[in-house]
Design a protein around this ligand. Structure first.
Ligand SMILES: Cc1cc2nc3c(=O)[nH]c(=O)nc-3n(C[C@H](O)[C@H](O)[C@H](O)COP(=O)(O)O)c2cc1C
Length: 361
């Protein structure tokens, strides 16, 4: 069922940051009666294997609400080692994908509108550009967010590097480690590196460059020691199978989990056929929600196979198009250890409760 979204696309990012979360997430009391940490993820005891990936939970107020609504494994929105401004409003549009968003379909423009979704299996585009108020804000806010975890709940901190003037590639990769170190100092129990953001003009999608993946994962792991490291990757098509295997080989020595997938970029236009999101380099924007479920399931299946064939031990977080409890079950069937929902959870704050009911947890 569709509810009031806890992030309101009709308001600016700043307004959501200051006044959100909205709808059922605005009540601060826990609706969870009993905490039963009967599952394991990355060595932590957790109440369930479901949560929210990096993105919709902007700050500790959002984190607190998500924990209280029974989302047990959740991520703080990707942060940087320096302040970074958000892309221009709007940042979230409803996108018509006509069923599965195949890669073929991303060759043609998709219509994006600032409207409410009218059906449960909808898709959106989101384009923020990994904004950050910088560590001066998030270091303390992360400490607060971590303190909101109830028994059997885990907060993952997501970070990304920033290209600063005069930086070499290695300086840029080092910056992932700098941000991770700040997160570690604030008490993060698990850290995710975002190697797949499609919405920052000059940074590119790093997970398709094996050398970058290896360097970043090595540098971060050196800094965070025994804190679990998660790599968030984008969608790899069938033609990219060899590249996916190479990338997994490069990250496997350093990561304890892989999160797949991030959004799939496509050109987004308005009713006049013009670029829908204002500003340079924003014709292409990441699409998520129901239309990409097939792609998330596909990549999870392939990551399971690679793990089996090569004897790796990484855990797999399945992400993409989880809108209903059955979608969670489909990801579990495909072999995901943990499942997360961004778009689905935004419009259904009761999704974790519904999944627990369905699985009798
Ligand atoms: C509002 C919003 C913001 C997002 N921001 C981030 C982010 O900061 N870092 C990240 O790794 N992924 C981000 N994502 C991508 C999600 O984590 C997820 O990979 C993607 O949306 C696919 O899942 P879904 O179909 O359940 O939305 C964001 C997604 C949404 C909807």
């Amino acid at each position: 069922m569709l509810h009031t979204p806890f992030y309101n696309p009709a308001k600016t990012y700043e307004e959501n940051f200051e006044k959100g979360p909205f709808g059922a997430f605005s009540h601060t009391k826990s609706i969870v009666q009993k905490f039963k940490p009967t599952y394991k993820f990355l060595g932590f005891s957790v109440n369930s294997l479901f949560g929210i990936p990096a993105g919709p939970l902007l700050n500790s107020n959002y984190v607190q609400a998500a924990f209280n609504m029974g989302f047990d494994i959740i991520c703080y929105k990707t942060q940087r080692s320096v302040p970074f401004t958000v892309n221009a409003f709007p940042n979230v549009l409803i996108v018509e994908t006509f069923g599965k968003l195949t890669i073929e379909k991303t060759n043609k423009p998709l219509l994006g509108k600032l409207i409410n979704p009218t059906k449960e299996d909808f898709s959106i585009t989101n384009s923020f550009g990994n904004p950050s108020r910088g560590p001066a804000f998030w270091e303390d806010d992360l400490k607060k967010a971590i303190s909101y975890a109830n028994q059997g709940q885990l907060l993952i901190m997501s970070v990304v590097g920033t290209i600063k003037e005069g930086f070499t590639k290695e300086d840029y990769y080092d910056d992932f480690a700098t941000a991770s170190e700040i997160a570690k100092k604030a008490g993060a129990e698990a850290i995710e590196v975002n190697l797949s953001c499609p919405n920052v003009a000059n940074e590119g999608i790093l997970c398709f460059t094996p050398g970058a993946v290896e360097s970043i994962c090595r540098k971060v792991k050196e800094k965070i020691g025994n804190i679990p490291l998660i790599a968030k990757i984008g969608f790899f098509s069938n033609e990219q199978q060899e590249l996916l295997e190479t990338v997994v080989d490069k990250m496997a020595p350093f990561v304890q989990a892989i999160s797949a997938i991030n959004t799939i970029p496509a050109p987004i236009v308005d009713e006049k056929g013009e670029q829908a999101l204002p500003g340079p380099n924003r014709l292409y924007s990441g699409v998520c929600g129901a239309g990409i479920k097939w792609a998330g399931l596909d990549n999870v299946t392939r990551l399971v196979k690679i793990r089996e064939e090569r004897g790796y031990t990484y855990e797999i977080i399945g992400v993409g198009g989880v809108m209903k409890p059955n979608d969670y079950l489909d990801y579990k069937k495909a072999g995901a250890d943990v499942v997360m929902s961004a778009t689905g959870a935004m419009w259904n704050p009761f999704l974790a409760q519904e999944i627990k009911k369905k699985t009798n947890e």
